[in-house]
Write a protein that binds this ligand. Structure first.
Ligand code: GLV
Length: 321
């Protein structure tokens, strides 16, 4: 196969390791800046490109794919989630779409656990309390939280690679682990028991959202789902904001209908609903679950390796089907 003409468009500056890997492609490159491109800049970058490396902040829809022209072979997302890309439109245009599964499982599971502990053991409350400079002294009733490793039950909504990595960590904390999976609604994977969503919501002390955002999972956690949770339970979302109905969560937190929540992702990123900023018992981080230094490098390198494979006429390493 002849090497396709056109440049490789990279929508945002990637980490050093990924930029180095890009240069080794030995192809004309057009690289964006630190900030996401505007839609016009994105369209201009795609025009005449044979490959595009994009991040989850870029919405690659049919219109953007059209601007690329016939030479576009591959869109490589630097993320495991790919709800920002119209995969059906890409496939219809003969364009391969790739994502970055596997390389971010541990970093994302680590951050999920950091949030579980931060919200259940009131780490952020404690930090805020001290910074308020109020006089204090140790007290038996002060800032108590959930005893995670005294038999608490963790519910993993979405038992994929990251879900399994979270379950491994939960084992070290002696937690009972329930999970939902598209493939299984009963049985077990070792000591992880598969249940339906309602059972998981009702029986868990901590519910972790780890499912991709699809039309089926949008607002999976709505008011009714939150009502099914124990009044002492916590919700942790490190997947995609749209899986949780933020307004319903704000109502539940304000009314004390659940124990608390921790969110790394939001419905309308980068906009964060101001009511979340004032909601009680809520820990927030700005979509950094995969932000280990080596992990972010590995994600960028895998995206570029996917581009290299497709441009060389080989199958992509991690195609989205
Ligand atoms: C990050 O959110 C990812 O999908 O990789």
């Amino acid at each position: 196969m002849t090497t396709p003409a056109g440049h490789v468009y990279v929508s945002r500056l990637l980490t050093d390791g990924a930029m180095e890997r890009l240069r080794r492609l030995d192809r004309p490159l057009r690289v964006g800046g630190e900030d996401p491109p505007t839609r016009d800049e994105l369209a201009a970058g795609f025009t005449g490109a044979c490959a595009a490396v994009v991040t989850l902040t870029e919405r690659v829809d049919a219109g953007i794919l059209d601007t690329a022209g016939d030479g576009l072979r591959v869109v490589a997302n630097v993320a495991v989630g790919y709800d920002n890309i119209d995969v059906a439109a890409a496939h219809a245009a003969g364009v391969t779409v790739t994502n970055t599964p596997g390389v971010l499982d541990n970093a994302t599971a680590d951050h999920t656990f950091a949030l579980i502990l931060a919200v259940t053991r009131r780490v952020v409350d404690g930090d805020r309390f001290l910074r308020s400079r109020r006089p204090w002294i140790w007290g038996p009733r002060m800032l108590t939280g959930l005893d995670v490793s005294a038999g608490a039950t963790l519910g993993i909504l979405g038992y994929g690679r990251i879900g399994r990595a979270v379950a491994r960590r939960a084992r070290a904390f002696d937690m009972t682990v329930l999970a939902t999976s598209r493939r299984r609604t009963s049985g077990a994977d070792g000591d992880v028991r598969f249940v339906d969503t309602d059972t998981l919501l009702a029986d868990s002390d901590v519910v972790c959202v780890l499912t991709p955002l699809t039309p089926e999972t949008r607002h999976l956690i709505d008011g009714a789902a939150l009502d099914r949770m124990k009044s002492t339970a916590y919700l942790v979302n490190t997947a995609r904001g749209g899986v949780v109905d933020e307004s319903a969560l704000i109502d539940a937190l304000r009314a004390g209908r659940i124990g608390g929540a921790a969110l790394d992702v939001f419905e309308n990123e980068p906009h964060v609903n101001p009511a979340l900023l004032d909601a009680p018992n809520l820990v927030l981080t700005p979509h950094i679950a995969s932000a280990g230094e080596a992990t972010r490098d590995a994600m960028g390198v895998l995206a570029v390796d996917n581009v290299a494979a497709v441009l060389a006429g080989r199958p992509a390493l991690t195609p989205v089907r």
